[in-house]
Design a protein around this ligand. Structure first.
Ligand code: ADP
Ligand code: MG
Length: 627
C-alpha cells in the first residue's frame, strides 16, 4: 500500500489530481458544517447577484438562491451519485464477468450474449430509456448510469478471469477439493481486484458526467434539489445575460472530471506492473550517445577497435557505470574471449558496439568503437542498421528467445538475408539450406520447414549461428552462446565456431564465464570485473601464469580432469553494484592480497610484453607473453 502511494506520488499529474480531488471531497463532506445559506431557499429580491457581492460569494441564481451553497451541496450530491453508480456497476459487472469467465462454456455464452445486447445500444439512449421507464429522479438516474456501465465491467473482468481460470494454481486449488465459490473468492478475486480498481478509477469521471447529463435534461435531480447537472440546466436560460450562473457549476464539473481522470491514470500506472517497469516506453533504435570528453584518436589497425568505451544506465537519479573505459581490439580471423562473472559488463560491452543497448536507460558517455577505421559511436542510425548483421552479427544465449515461435526457421533465415539483399524466394531457399548445412544440421532440406519448437536446444543454437552467418559478416559477437546447452552439445558448437572461423576467416568475440571454453577457442582473452578490463593477453600465457588475482580465482573455479583431488574454490563475496563503486580496485574487497594501497586511487592498466594487468601486486609479475 505504501509502495503504491509512493509510486502514485511520483507521477506529478496524478498527485495534483489527487490533491484537487481530496480538496473537493473534503469541501463536499463538510458542507453541512459550513456557515452557508440554505441552498434551496428562494429570494427573488436578490436575483442574479454577481459574484463577490456582499453575502453571496459566488452570486445568486435566477431565483435568488446562493450559488456557493448550491455548488457545494450539488457537488456533494453529484459525487455521491457518481461514486455509488461506479460501485454498483463495478460490483455487478465484475460478478457477472467472473462467473462467465470462470465457468466458461454455455454459461459464458449465455451471459456474454446478453451483455453484448446491452452494449449494442448507444450508451446515452439506453440510459434515457431506463429513466423514461422508471420515471425521472436522481435515484433512477443512478440506476440508469450504473446499468449502462455494467457491460463495460463485465467484458473487461471476464477477459482477465478467462486468463486466470486455467492457470496451474487454480487447478491446484480445485485438486485440493475447494468449492467453486471458495476458489472464486480466494484464488480468482484477489487477482482481478486491481483490474476492477483500474477500470473504476478511469470510469468514475464518465459516470459523474453522465449523471450530470441526465440532470441537465431534467431527468435526474428534481427541483429544488441541486446537483451540478441540474444547476447547469437551470442556468441555461440565463447563459448570455448572466453567464457566471453556468460558469460556476461548469468549472466545478471540469475540475472534478479532470482531477479524477488524472488520478485514475496514475492509479492505473501504479497498479499495472507492466507499466510500472516502463515496459511501454519503447527503446530508441540505437543507444543514446552523450560523449562529454574528447573522442579518442584512432590507434591500432584492428578490424574492430573499442577504445575507452563507457556505457552507463541512468535510472532515476542513479548512474550505473556498467562499463567504464573498456578497450579491446580484434584482428580479422582472430578470436577474442571476454570473461567475467555475471554482471561484470560483458553483455553491455558487446551490445554497445552496434548501439544495441536499450535507451533509456542506457547512455554511451565516452570512447569510440572503430570498425575498419570509422567510429560507430554516434554514427547515423541508417549506417548502423546497414552494418548490423551484415558486418557485425550477434549470437545470443537463448536461441528459443531469439527465434520467432510462429515462423519456420527457413523463413527466418531468408528474412535475415533479405533485410540486406534482395533475392528471389528460390535463391533464398537455396541459401538457407546451404546455411543449415554449413552449421551441420542433418537433412537441411526438410529441417528448413521446421518451427523452432520442433528442434532441440543445440539445433536451435545452430540455427542462431546460421542466422548470424547469413550475410557473411566479418565479426561475430557471441554472447554466452553455449551457456544454455549441455556439455556435449557445447563442445560441438565450439568446434563448429572454430571451424567456421578457420574456413571463412571470421573474427569472433566470444563472451563466456567459463575458462574451459576460452581455452578451447580463443587466441586472446580479456578478463572483466565491475565494468573494467582487469587483465588481457594471449590465452595460453594467461592460462599458464595469470597475473591478476581475480583471473587466478576464476581459473580455480574450473575443474580439470586427471588433476587429482583439488578443492574447487568459489570466490567469496559478490561483485560490487556498479552505481556505487569503491575507489581504487573494485576487487579489493574480495581479494586475499589486497592492501591499503589497493583502495587508494584508481589503478591503471599496465601493458607489458603483450599483456596487460590492472593490479598493484600481480601474481607472476615476471611472466612474459608466451608466443
Ligand atoms: P554480464 O557480464 O553478466 O553480461 P551485463 O553486461 O548484462 O553483465 O551487466 C553489466 C551491469 O550493468 C550489471 O551490473 C547490471 O546490473 C547493469 N545493467 C544492465 N542492464 C541494466 C539496466 N537496464 N538498468 C540498470 N542496470 C543495468
Ligand atoms: Mg550477459
Amino acid at each position: 500500500m505504501i509502495a503504491f502511494l509512493r509510486l502514485l506520488s511520483r507521477n506529478r499529474l496524478a498527485l495534483a489530481g489527487g490533491i484537487v480531488m481530496l480538496c473537493v471531497v473534503l469541501l463536499a463532506l463538510i458542507a453541512p458544517l459550513l456557515p452557508l445559506a440554505d441552498p434551496d431557499v428562494t429570494n427573488t429580491a436578490h436575483r442574479f447577484k454577481t459574484p463577490f457581492t456582499e453575502g453571496a460569494l459566488l452570486g445568486t441564481d435566477h431565483l435568488g438562491r446562493d450559488l456557493l451553497a448550491r455548488l457545494l451541496w450539488g457537488t456533494r450530491l453529484s459525487l455521491m451519485v457518481g461514486f455509488a453508480a461506479a460501485m454498483i456497476a463495478a460490483t455487478i459487472g465484475a460478478a457477472i464477468g467472473i462467473i462467465a469467465g470462470y465457468f466458461g462454456g454455455r454459461t459464458d455464452n449465455l451471459i456474454m450474449r446478453g451483455v453484448d445486447m446491452l452494449m449494442a445500444f448507444p450508451y446515452i439512449l439506453l440510459a434515457l430509456a431506463i429513466v423514461a421507464a422508471l420515471g425521472p429522479g436522481l435515484f433512477n438516474a443512478l440506476i440508469a448510469v450504473a446499468t449502462v456501465n455494467i457491460p463495460f465491467f463485465a467484458r473487461n473482468i471476464r477477459g482477465v478471469t478467462v486468463g486466470i481460470a486455467h492457470r496451474e494454481f487454480v487447478d491446484a486449488a480445485r485438486l485440493s477439493g475447494m468449492s467453486d465459490a471458495r476458489i472464486i473468492l480466494t484464488e480468482i478475486l484477489p487477482n482481478v481486484v486491481p483490474v476492477i480498481v483500474i477500470a473504476m478509477s478511469t470510469t468514475i469521471g464518465w459516470m459523474i458526467l453522465e449523471t450530470a447529463g441526465l440532470s441537465f435534461l431534467g431527468l435526474g435531480s428534481q427541483p429544488p434539489q441541486a446537483d451540478l447537472g441540474s444547476m447547469l440546466g437551470e442556468a441555461r436560460s440565463a447563459l448570455i445575460t448572466n453567464p457566471y450562473t453556468s460558469v460556476v457549476p461548469g468549472v466545478m464539473i471540469l475540475i472534478i472530471v479532470m482531477a479524477i481522470n488524472l488520478l485514475g491514470d496514475g492509479v492505473r500506472d501504479a497498479l499495472d506492473p507492466r507499466l510500472k517497469s516502463g515496459a511501454l516506453s519503447r527503446p530508441m533504435a540505437a543507444t543514446l550517445v552523450n560523449r562529454t570528453g574528447p573522442v579518442p584518436e584512432p590507434k591500432g589497425n584492428g578490424l574492430l577497435e573499442v577504445q575507452d568505451l563507457e556505457t552507463q544506465f541512468h535510472v532515476k537519479n542513479r548512474v550505473y557505470k556498467a562499463i567504464d573505459g573498456v578497450s579491446l581490439h580484434v584482428k580479422p580471423g582472430e578470436c577474442l574471449g571476454i570473461i567475467g562473472e555475471s554482471g561484470s559488463g560483458k553483455s553491455v560491452t558487446a551490445l554497445s558496439v552496434m548501439g544495441l543497448v536499450a535507451s533509456p536507460p542506457g547512455v554511451i558517455t565516452g570512447g569510440a568503437v572503430r570498425y575498419d577505421g570509422t567510429d560507430l559511436i554516434g554514427a547515423p542510425y541508417k549506417h548502423l542498421r546497414e552494418m548490423r548483421g551484415k558486418n557485425v552479427a550477434y549470437i545470443f544465449q537463448d536461441p528459443l528467445a531469439t527465434l520467432h515461435p510462429l515462423y519456420k526457421v527457413g523463413d527466418q533465415l531468408i528474412e535475415a538475408i533479405r533485410s540486406h539483399y534482395s533475392i528471389s524466394s528460390a535463391e533464398g531457399r537455396k541459401k538457407a539450406i546451404d546455411l543449415l548445412r554449413a552449421v551441420r544440421i542433418p537433412n537441411p532440406e526438410k529441417r528448413i520447414s521446421d518451427y523452432p519448437h520442433e528442434m532441440s536446444g543445440g539445433m536451435r543454437q545452430r540455427v542462431g549461428i546460421a542466422m548470424a552467418l547469413a550475410n557473411d559478416p566479418d565479426i561475430i559477437i557471441a554472447d554466452e552462446p553455449t551457456t544454455a546447452l549441455d556439455v556435449t552439445v557445447q563442445a560441438q558448437i565450439l568446434a563448429l565456431l572454430d571451424d567456421l572461423r578457420k574456413t571463412r576467416g571470421l573474427a569472433i568475440v566470444f563472451i563466456t564465464h567459463d575458462f574451459g571454453v576460452v581455452a578451447q577457442l580463443c587466441d586472446r582473452v580479456a578478463v572483466m570485473y565491475a565494468g573494467r578490463i582487469v587483465e588481457e593477453g594471449p590465452t595460453k600465457a594467461i592460462l599458464d601464469a595469470p597475473m591478476h588475482p581475480y583471473t587466478a580465482r576464476l581459473m580455480a573455479c574450473v575443474p580439470e580432469l586427471g588433476e587429482g583431488k583439488r578443492r574447487l574454490e568459489a570466490i567469496p563475496g559478490l561483485p560490487p553494484v556498479v552505481d556505487n563503486l569503491p575507489t581504487g580496485c573494485a576487487f579489493a574487497e574480495r581479494c586475499h592480497k589486497s592492501q591499503t594501497a589497493c583502495r587508494g586511487s584508481d589503478i591503471a592498466l599496465v601493458f607489458d610484453t603483450g599483456r596487460a594487468v590492472r593490479c598493484l601486486f600481480p601474481d607472476n609479475p615476471n611472466a612474459e607473453a608466451a608466443q
